[in-house]
Design a protein around this ligand. Structure first.
Ligand code: HEC
Ligand code: HEC
Length: 511
């Protein structure tokens, strides 16, 4: 029995008491001033153009100012590999403040990899690529988010069918006490074998996940944290309901992670923000023409609306599919051709709702700081921002013309594969004779006409007649969405973390 996920209105999030405000400035220990909320209304008739109001503190969780202790704790957790089963990857490895809070890769290399960004390799061996582009986290603490992930599979449920108050893949296993969608999200990366948990048999967390004992996996991680003095003290100080290290749960960790992300990745001081706040000269004349197009004839605002330039809706726009996909679809062609029992499509929102209108639909991404978050598309198919924009002019033609360039995906050197089942499951290096067949999965969906045609048939983006000059002005406008303080927030990475493990990514030298 599949639960339907109707688009339900966002349930008002419980308001949190603001104890003491902490500014990003303090976190960065640099002079990055945050623009105070200014008078609403831009110099133009903004409402008529579908232009958003400037972002305010109250648009964010904790009214933009979560308690300092919670933020500081979340910061350490975010960059500490201790949250991964094999203690070898942190949230920050994939959401790197040097790479626009993503990893700079089309499809990343998760657990078992080594290094950061374009240098990341597969030294210890991986079972495959991460199937989707690591989402950038700019303004992820905004209350307007109703769903998380490219397919929105984690969703606020106003009817609270499950105790947690969220629809999610963990269903009834997701515990209560997660005070926001963002906190709920933080429960998931640690359960993913390829992202953070590792493979069955390698560590107790991964084994618990593989045996569908999700609560045990979270408890094991919480116990790890309780056993580290530096963490125990900080949890006790940050939470009223923790008096003893044994009281720490992963829900607490998730709440701290959410508090940190809310402050650290807030980014609303772009030229566009200054323009919205009444500074007509903040955008160049070319950017203003691009803005007129964006909110006018080019129709971008139909989907990229609101303060984050996302309607948080799901649309199929025929982005080419590359990489191993999510194991969706009914195609058995790859299995027959390559001998691997796996399906390679990523049907997007459809796999959450089972509504045919949602086939190959993905959540409209926010465009804030979009110039910093490449490669673009849910699978990073576009290496250049211009290609992502041009794709929108005639999406089906762009899909059919797409060729996967050799250097789009990072090399995968060492692959391990599962053999056996259940208790006898073990991971062994991939048989070299099967390597070419393995590599075929990066191109299979795109190169099979039947599969590509399914993506084209689902497209609901209309063609747009825009010339090269129009595209240039749109790109100029997108540049105007870059907050200068977002270009390099590497100072967010702490020099050391309580576990004593080296933080990931590597901290910048301080002095
Ligand atoms: C191996 C890389 C990797 C690691 C490690 C990782 N993430 Fe992610 N993150 C991703 C990818 C890929 C997605 C998109 C997944 C999808 O749509 O299925 C994502 C999505 C998210 C989102 C949803 C954003 C949105 O707009 O909906 C948040 C929030 C997030 N990650 C936070 C975290 C936190 C917190 C951690 C650590 C506990 C973490 N991530 C660890 C790769 C990673
Ligand atoms: C029908 C809704 C819709 C319209 C209209 C639309 N977009 Fe998009 N856009 C999307 C969706 C959905 C995605 C993500 C698709 C995916 O990854 O599969 C996207 C992706 C993007 C991206 C890549 C962002 C990233 O982080 O990967 C850019 C840039 C972009 N759109 C710009 C524009 C511009 C400029 C216009 C106007 C010319 C426009 N969009 C019109 C829905 C839309």
């Amino acid at each position: 029995m599949t639960h339907q996920f109707p688009g339900k209105p966002l349930r008002a999030l419980a308001r949190n008491t603001v104890r003491s405000p902490l500014r990003l400035t303090a976190l960065l220990m640099a002079c990055t001033a945050i623009l105070p909320a200014a008078a609403p209304g831009g110099p133009m008739d903004s409402a008529a153009r579908g232009m958003p109001a400037p972002l305010r503190d109250s648009d964010f969780l904790h009214d933009g100012a979560p308690p300092d202790l919670l933020v500081a704790l979340g910061r350490d957790l975010f960059f500490d590999p201790v949250l991964s089963g094999n203690r070898n990857i942190s949230c920050g490895t994939c959401h790197d403040p040097r790479h626009g809070t993503s990893d700079g890769l089309a499809l990343g290399i998760g657990e078992g990899g080594e290094g950061a960004g374009a240098e990341r390799r597969t030294r210890e061996g991986v079972t495959g690529r991460i199937p989707r582009n690591a989402q950038a986290l700019w303004n992820i603490g905004a209350r307007e988010y109703r769903t998380m992930f490219h397919d929105g599979r984690l969703e606020t449920d106003p009817e609270a069918v499950f105790e947690s108050g969220f629809w999610s893949p963990a269903r009834e296993d997701l515990p209560a006490g997660l005070e926001s969608l963002l906190a709920a999200q933080a429960m998931f990366p640690v359960l993913s074998h390829s992202e953070m948990a590792g493979q069955k048999g390698e560590n107790p967390v991964a084994t618990a996940v593989a045996e569908d004992r999700l609560s045990d996996a979270w408890s094991l991680l919480a116990a790890r944290l309780s056993g580290i003095d530096g963490y125990a003290e900080r949890f006790i100080a940050a939470f009223d309901d923790i008096d003893d290290p044994a009281d720490i749960t992963f829900v607490h960790a998730a709440r701290a992670l959410a508090a940190f992300q809310t402050v650290a990745f807030r980014s609303d001081d772009s030229p566009f923000d200054r323009y919205l706040s009444g500074d007509a000269g903040a955008l160049t004349p070319q950017q203003q023409i691009g803005m007129e197009l964006f909110f006018g004839d080019a129709g971008c605002v139909t989907c990229h609306s609101g303060a984050l330039l996302s309607d948080h809706g799901f649309h199929a726009i025929a982005v080419p599919q590359i990489g191993p996909g999510k194991g969706h679809g009914e195609d058995t062609g790859y299995w027959r051709a390559a001998g691997f029992m796996t399906r390679l499509e990523d049907e997007g929102r459809f796999r959450v709702t089972f509504d045919p209108d949602d086939l190959f639909a993905f959540r409209t991404p926010t465009l804030r700081n979009v110039a910093l978050t490449g490669p673009w598309g849910h699978d990073g198919a576009f290496a250049r921002l211009e290609d992502a924009v041009r794709h929108h002019l005639d999406s089906v033609a762009s899909l059919n013309a797409y060729r996967l360039a050799q250097d789009t995906l990072p090399p995968i050197e060492t692959v391990i594969e599962a053999t056996g089942e259940a208790s006898s499951l073990i991971f062994r290096p991939l048989n070299p004779a099967r390597r070419a067949a393995f590599d075929l999965r990066d191109r299979w969906v795109h190169e099979e006409p039947e599969l590509r045609n399914r993506i084209a048939a689902a497209n609901d983006l209309q063609r747009r007649a825009l010339n090269d000059a129009d595209v240039d002005t749109l790109l100029a406008f997108l540049d105007g969405l870059t907050d200068p303080s977002a270009i390099d927030r590497s100072a967010l990475v702490p020099a050391r973390v309580p576990s004593g493990l080296p933080p990931q990514p590597e901290p910048v030298a301080t002095h």
